[in-house]
Design a binder for this molecule. Structure first.
Ligand code: OOG
Ligand code: MG
Length: 276
């Protein structure tokens, strides 16, 4: 009797799934949601994310920090997804303040105003798990920021596991002037900054830094917890994006986008690309 052939590896492993998303980035072409081909739980989704981080790192694209997603209601409602998620920022994603981002390298980018922190010292996410005192003390700088997200999925639609696997849609970020955090907290209520996002001078979104977990400083505790749960490191110098303060706005070619976080400062970028 001939042997019945057993299908080889019917469920793709995390490296294979990460390669699909990595290719989608490189080709600037959307792919179907991974969850449509195979069920993906949260741990598997983070395994795909870290396989993708390894692919980038192998190309010399260093990890520079982490970002939170869905820390604001506006974002969670916009995307229909509720839990806070964490992703990884790479060096190649950085755009200089007032710099130019070529949107032709992206699929369907959106932009959102954020608050950024920088760690002056390493934080061990496993040390003192019930306390955030270490990460709050380590966060020495704060800055206005914008994140450019670009889901690798068709129609920017995904499940929670899909978006985690897709490194939380992270695509690019721009950071304004860093300020010392301690001094800033003496002068400003970081939890009550008016946030406005404008495109070519016209307001496109408005919110408050309170929309980020009630207080962007609380993002630090969330980052420590998420790093512990999902195996991320927090070395000195890490950039932390606390999450968007408003819903994200589609990013077109040939515009200037500015985020104004009253009192903290402004940050802007221009977009290149479009039909030449
Ligand atoms: C996921 C990323 C969410 C934020 O700041 O809430 C995020 C997405 O909306 O595609 O970065
Ligand atoms: Mg974001």
């Amino acid at each position: 009797m001939p042997e019945i052939p057993v299908p080889e590896n019917p469920v793709p492993d995390s490296d294979e799934l990460a390669a699909i998303l990595d290719e989608a980035v490189r080709a600037a072409t959307a792919v179907p949601q991974l969850s449509l081909r195979a069920p993906l739980d949260e741990d598997e989704a983070y395994a795909v994310q870290s396989a993708g981080v390894r692919l980038r790192a192998a190309r010399g694209d260093q990890v520079v920090g982490v970002k939170l997603g869905f820390t604001s209601k506006a974002k969670a409602e916009q995307m229909g997804v509720a839990d806070v998620i964490v992703g990884v920022l790479h060096q190649s994603m950085e755009v200089a303040d007032e710099g130019t981002l070529d949107v032709d390298t992206m699929i369907h980018p959106r932009i959102e105003p954020e608050v950024a922190f920088r760690l002056g010292a390493a934080v061990d996410p496993h040390a003192d798990p019930d306390s955030d005192a270490d990460i709050v003390a380590a966060a020495v700088e704060v800055a206005p920021a914008m994140e450019i997200i670009d889901s690798r999925y068709e129609n920017f639609k995904f499940s929670l596991a899909d978006v985690v696997a897709d490194n939380t849609s992270a695509a690019a970020y721009v950071i304004g002037l860093w300020r010392p955090l301690a001094q800033t907290l003496d002068e400003l209520d970081l939890a009550a900054l008016e946030v406005a996002l404008s495109v070519d001078g016209t307001e496109a979104a408005r919110g408050s830094s309170a929309d980020i977990l009630g207080d962007p400083l609380l993002a630090l505790a969330a980052v420590k917890r998420m790093a512990r749960e999902h195996g991320l490191e927090l070395p000195a110098g890490s950039v932390i994006l606390a999450g968007a303060a408003t819903a994200a706005v589609p990013l077109e070619a040939g515009v200037t986008v500015t985020a104004d976080l009253a009192g903290l400062g402004r940050v802007s970028l221009r977009t290149g690309g479009g039909a030449a």
